[in-house]
Design a protein around this ligand. Sequence first.
Ligand code: SF4
Length: 376
Amino acid sequence: MIQRNQTREVKIGNIFIGNNHPIAVQSMCATPTTDIPATLKQLNSLEKAGADIIRIAVDNKRDAQALIKLRAESDAVLSVDLQENYRLAETLAPYVDKIRYNPGHLYHHEKKKPWKDKVQFLADIAEKHNCAMRVGVNAGSVDPAKLIDQNDPHSITPMVESALEHSDWLDTLGFTRYCVSLKDSDPKKVIRAYQEYARMRPDIPLHLGVTEAGMPPEGIEKTRIAFEQLIGKGIGDTIRVSLTLPYDDKHQEISAGRQILKDIADGRVKTVVHFDEKKLNLISCPSCSRVENESFIELAQQVKERTRYAKEHAITIAVMGCRVNGPGETDDADLGLWCGPNYVNLKKQGEKVGAFRYNEILDVLDVQLKSLIEIS
Ligand code: SF4
């Protein structure tokens, strides 16, 4: 048995989270949403693996129409992941059980409209169509207003403030059927951010995750570190293990999550947490429908193989699947790669190195990595 914080009960489709309900395990489809056969195959495979909730990204009207068709083919509990176009919630709410929005993405459309009006729009739609919501704060795309006057680039304060602000506003609107997440690729920051938020709002159910954890087994270990520390202290009502995996193996996110929960419940946890910051740290996103070239997954695996020689160096390499979130999500890395349809962009310690073809990038990365090792 895991002792849990007494959070609010939130209904999502036919499941409940919070208020001591079992911790729900989630995953997300990584296939292009418009590729209905591929997405349906992944949806079915995740459901078969025991996913309680499955998220699907929607960025435009074509994605929205595809999700409506997927809904007709599946009984899974579905969450729509709204990217920048928050107004698509109006089209999709009748077909999904949960709406996830990112406070940092509310600024891209209708720039002059206050964010509170946009959240009210979402809450009204969710209420009308019997949907839950998630306020999904992400370190790589924090609300820009929260970054002003922030001198410490590693601070968790902007993430926590953004999550608290949105929680307060939803409560003011009378919409309480929501959960919150505060994800970062660094498990230490994940632990601190969730602990800080839970200290201020112990009543709100939390969805736990280490974003861009990378590939197994390292990605599972990073996530395990954060989950053990948080769930062991009663924090967490739903989880996702975000892993970079080939499409046919995506269901491993569910088995990894269930295994971590089982180990925590059985007391198989590390009593001393060891963060090895003196070694190579490879982070990579779990991919989603925004990936424009499927070679991204193979590239992430090749980067892991090609950079093994640097494993004793304190260098962070980030590999991201798209041009939308890639540039921001690689800001803190020593070497950051983000993928387009034909080219992979590379930056070194914040400075753009260039864009290279898929068959060139590993050699360029190699040169840049060796130059970093020489000066370290
Ligand atoms: S970086 Fe891009 S492709 Fe990767 S999960 Fe985020 S949005 Fe999807």
